[in-house]
Design a binder for this molecule. Structure first.
Ligand code: ATP
Ligand code: MG
Length: 184
């Protein structure tokens, strides 16, 4: 199981200034008044793991994750999120499995799309998604329950519920990799 260490954000949604969240073993709580950015933090976590849907990020396009400005501060053109994870159990795919610590970076520039890096090396979105595919984490993992999600699960179609169960059972990573293999 991947252990998240640290999440760093800059220019992401309401976190215009560089912000760091340390995730220690055990429970981490984030508290604060309505609108202070709690959900934005969880979205940053999903985003850096390869979330592709702007809608699931509560935006109309992916550029909406970039700080859009306030009365007091101008908008930014760039957002970056860095996730540090512990790989001492060597669970990462072979290509990224040399190091004890992995640093995953996703960066987006307005109108230019996203760029991903794992330990400084530029990679595809797919590589990042596969890195988390069977780690019970991942952008679409049932381990991340967003606001309003419980209601959505209750109302889900059987096929959607099956996908959730497969993810929970840790077999959806196998589907992803089988699909990858078939494409090659
Ligand atoms: P609640 O307790 O109501 O769930 P929350 O702490 O989860 O609140 P968030 O939804 O994370 O709050 O944050 C919402 C805030 O983030 C709003 O003030 C919104 O204007 C701001 N925000 C979202 N996207 C951007 C953006 N691209 N640029 C600037 N601010 C943004
Ligand atoms: Mg919220």
């Amino acid at each position: 199981m991947v252990q998240f260490h640290r999440l760093r954000l800059s220019g992401f949604k309401s976190f215009v200034d560089p912000t760091e969240l340390l995730i220690e073993p055990g429970m981490t709580g984030i508290v604060g008044p309505n609108g202070c950015g709690k959900s934005n933090l969880v979205e940053a976590l999903r985003w850096v793991m390869g979330e592709t849907s702007a809608k699931r990020m509560r935006g109309s396009g992916m550029d909406d994750v970039i700080f859009g400005g306030t009365g007091a501060r101008p908008a930014r053109n760039l957002a970056e999120v860095t996730l540090s994870v512990d790989n001492s159990d060597r669970l990462a795919p072979a290509a990224f499995n040399k190091d004890d610590d992995l640093e995953i970076v996703r960066r987006i520039e307005r109108e230019k799309g996203s760029l991903y890096r794992i330990n400084g090396r530029e990679v595809r979105a797919r590589d990042v998604q596969l890195l988390f595919a069977d780690a019970a984490s991942g952008a679409q993992s049932p381990a991340i329950v967003g606001q309003g999600r419980i209601g959505a699960i209750i109302n889900a179609k059987p096929s959607e519920r099956r996908a959730l169960l497969e993810e929970a059972a840790g077999i959806s990573g196998l589907h992803s990799r089988r699909h990858e293999a078939e494409l090659r």
